[in-house]
Design a protein around this ligand. Sequence first.
Ligand SMILES: Nc1ncnc2c1ncn2[C@@H]1O[C@H](COP(=O)(O)OP(=O)(O)OP(=O)(O)O)[C@@H](O)[C@H]1O
Ligand SMILES: [Mg+2]
Length: 311
Amino acid sequence: MSEPTSRRAVIKVDGLRKTYGSLVAVANASFEVLKGEIFGLVGPNGAGKTTTMECVEGVRRADGGTIAVLDLDPLRDAAQLQPRIGVQLQQSHLQKRITVREAMHLWAALYDRPAADGDRLLAQLGLAEKRDAWFMTLSGGQQQRLFIALALVNEPDVVFLDELTTGLDPQARRAIWDLVRGIRERGKTVFLTTHLMEEAERLCDRVAIMDSGRVIDVDTPARLVSRHCPDRLVVVATDAADAAIRFGSIPGVSRVNLVDGRYEIEGQNDDLTTAVIQCVSAHGMRVSDFRAVTPTLEDVFLALTGHSIRD
Ligand SMILES: Nc1ncnc2c1ncn2[C@@H]1O[C@H](COP(=O)(O)OP(=O)(O)OP(=O)(O)O)[C@@H](O)[C@H]1O
Ligand SMILES: [Mg+2]
């Protein structure tokens, strides 16, 4: 991926604020989504992700701040903008007895501009055989895939996906991730929300970490981890003589502990794992177990907010 700064922002949110009565759902959210990236709004239940996304889509009116999507105002320029975006809502329902094909036709009829090839879209999403099936007979994963198909019916430039893999098993989740990557491959921009840190880490080019209505930080998952959780740990089981001394002399290593016959090597070197492997190899050490423990976005969230995302 090229450096984000050289790419055009298709969504610009600055100082967004949204209240429901006395409840401040979004206190102050600022971020940009760049053309052709998968951007994730990540945070726990109630963080304000859906509210933020709905303001960006023009479904809700913000109380403060500015929003531009494709250089348009989502509310004032709704008529111009709506044909260019695709939306999959968090809680989508269709009539029980509408068929997949009928739903696709219904959605396509909402747009003036030439619709995507519905049959091709269904085939790409693995729904070709379900074309004549009733909505209520589809599995959860198939329903999600249909909602993605509906969000793509108008060949949108920007696709909004709200918690699209919630409730799916790991296999169906992976299949959906591949579909979302496919949307990016077609040159579209994807703006999604998730409370699953693993999903954000595996799928998103960049993420905004959100908690209690605030965007706390925005960056690539790797850079967030590197900036906020610099500690690395490599665990090696070896009976080689002088192992402790050798590990201790690796650049960047701050501590070596021997616990239950395993050396725990700690340091703030992003390349600690490589350095340990090189050390093991250079001294011909016999190793019976090896494990690198790399922090994840969950650790980043904990470091930034002081609480776990699952609390
Ligand atoms: N229509 C509404 N009326 C009143 N309060 C609302 C409304 N919608 C959301 N809220 C409140 O605003 C806050 C943010 O909700 P929001 O749905 O944006 O969170 P979220 O990050 O999408 O959560 P989740 O992960 O559960 O989907 C919550 O405290 C929620 O209860
Ligand atoms: Mg939500």
